[in-house]
Design a protein around this ligand. Structure first.
Ligand code: 9WN
Length: 442
């Protein structure tokens, strides 16, 4: 296979982002995901910041323009005249169903992990190297956007962690961004659609033309049914947290949230925007929440909130504490050793020593199917950031090099088969291109 140089990979990645740019937003992928996705937008902004801080900020501005009245940031913002994606706006019927949904945008009614403040901080850092006028413009716009991120964080802290345990509650596997991860197998076993429920047509299989890399039909019926349940609860958190048949504390999103609160506080501090104590308080609360689920190796667990039981699957989410921080030095060492061990990046059969989404030693591991085994570029980036935040700079640097090398195939696939390095899923996927730009740096 021909490998691109660092300069070539950056140029190709920039070309992909330009090709997927629709003016004020970037589609997650042109055919499979022809709209804006929340956490994709954050990763895309991180990549765009390497090209233009101003354009990167536009990405977040567009996303937050679709924020709901209660502070929720929807996981999809639909574009008009895009190829078919199901569930589309009619299925969600958010405007008709919730008083909080915006009038001017068609959106879903779920969330995704709150990576946005991590992106905002990087945009502010990038703006420092712009010319004076560009810097002033970006900083003025960050001042306008920042309160919306604060409202988003307040929504998460108040409505998705109502009892203050420091873990975010999700109502759907899609909210974790890791849709069919084995993390959710146990809770999904209790999601049973009503007899007579009519699922919609799957647009993903037609767009991809490959079934073995996507969730199964049985999974999909459950995904659709949960949307129905959420709609019946009128997207009302009070009702949803009592009635949904999927209610789980997502430890990885909680760790991201801890880090995001620190970054939002840092932006606030640098620009004199206030609320830093509040944000650092959230960071501490969620750091403790994550740490409370860890075992003797520092490996974290989700919690099934319907039964209050820990879900101890061997997925990449177990490394949450790298992102949240707070492990003592000995357990942090053990967690990094675990990450580099044969159960994970050190597995001798891997094409590249990068973290698979599920441990190859886990019984649920499936090398080609979506979140059940493949390596995902944005996950590599999150783990790298986690190592950096934890002061594990050597491990971070090594992973950075390998993660970039994987992307020098120039395909920018959505995910990669870990043993063959075969590109899988949609391509070119915007966030994979964005990750490449960030890894190249500069
Ligand atoms: C459902 C857009 C999104 C990512 C998710 C990924 C996938 C959607 C789907 O694509 O989810 O939200 O249709 O499968 O799992 O992480 O944000 O790239």
């Amino acid at each position: 296979m021909n490998r691109l140089s660092r300069a070539e990979v950056a140029a190709r990645a920039a070309e992909v982002l330009r090709g997927n740019d629709r003016g004020l937003h970037t589609v997650a992928a042109p055919r499979l995901y022809p709209h804006m996705w929340s956490w994709d937008a954050a990763f895309i902004a991180v990549g765009l910041a390497r090209m233009s801080a101003s354009r990167a900020l536009t990405e977040l501005e567009t996303l937050f323009a679709a924020q709901w009245g209660n502070g929720m940031v929807p996981h999809i913002v639909f574009s008009a005249n895009a190829p078919l994606y199901e569930p589309g706006p009619d299925r969600w019927a958010s405007k008709e169903t919730s008083p909080h949904a915006p009038d001017h945008a068609a959106t879903s009614g779920l969330i995704q992990p709150p990576v946005h403040a991590l992106a905002l901080r990087r945009i502010l850092d990038a703006a420092r190297s712009s010319d004076a006028a560009g810097r002033r413009d970006v900083i003025a716009r960050i001042r306008i956007l920042w309160p919306k991120l604060l409202t988003w964080h307040r929504y998460l802290a108040e409505h998705r962690d109502a009892d203050g345990r420091g873990l975010l509650m999700i109502y759907h596997g899609w909210e974790s961004g890791m849709d069919n991860s084995p993390r959710w197998d146990t809770p999904y076993a209790d999601v049973v659609p009503e007899p007579g429920f009519r699922p919609f047509r799957r647009s993903d299989l037609a767009a991809l033309g490959e079934q073995s890399q996507r969730p199964t039909d049985a999974d999909y019926v459950k995904y659709q049914w949960l949307i129905e349940e959420l709609r019946q609860a009128r997207y009302d958190d009070e009702l949803a947290r009592k009635s949904l048949s999927f209610r789980v504390a997502d430890v990885f999103a909680s760790a991201i949230f801890a880090a995001a609160n620190e970054d939002l506080a840092r932006v606030a501090d640098e620009l004199g925007l206030g609320a830093t104590d509040e944000l650092l308080g959230y960071a501490e609360r969620f750091r403790r929440g994550v740490l409370g689920t860890t075992d003797e190796d520092g490996f974290a667990a989700d919690v099934d909130l319907r039964t209050d039981t820990a879900l101890r699957t061997k997925t990449i989410a177990g490394f949450a504490a790298l992102l949240s921080g707070g492990l003592d030095a000995e357990r942090r060492r053990r967690l990094v050793d675990l990450l580099l061990s044969p159960a994970w990046c050190g597995n001798p059969d891997l094409a590249y020593p990068l973290p698979p989404s599920t441990s190859p030693e886990a019984p649920e591991f499936d090398a080609a199917r979506y979140w059940r085994g493949p390596q995902w570029p944005p996950m590599n980036l999150l783990i790298i950031w986690g190592l950096e935040r934890s002061g594990e700079h050597d491990a971070a640097e090594r992973l950075r090099e390998v993660a970039l090398y994987q992307l020098t195939d120039g395909v920018f696939a959505e995910y990669y088969e870990p043993f063959t390095a075969h590109p899988l899923g949609s391509r070119p996927q915007s966030w994979s291109a964005a990750v490449a730009l960030d890894l190249v740096g500069g």
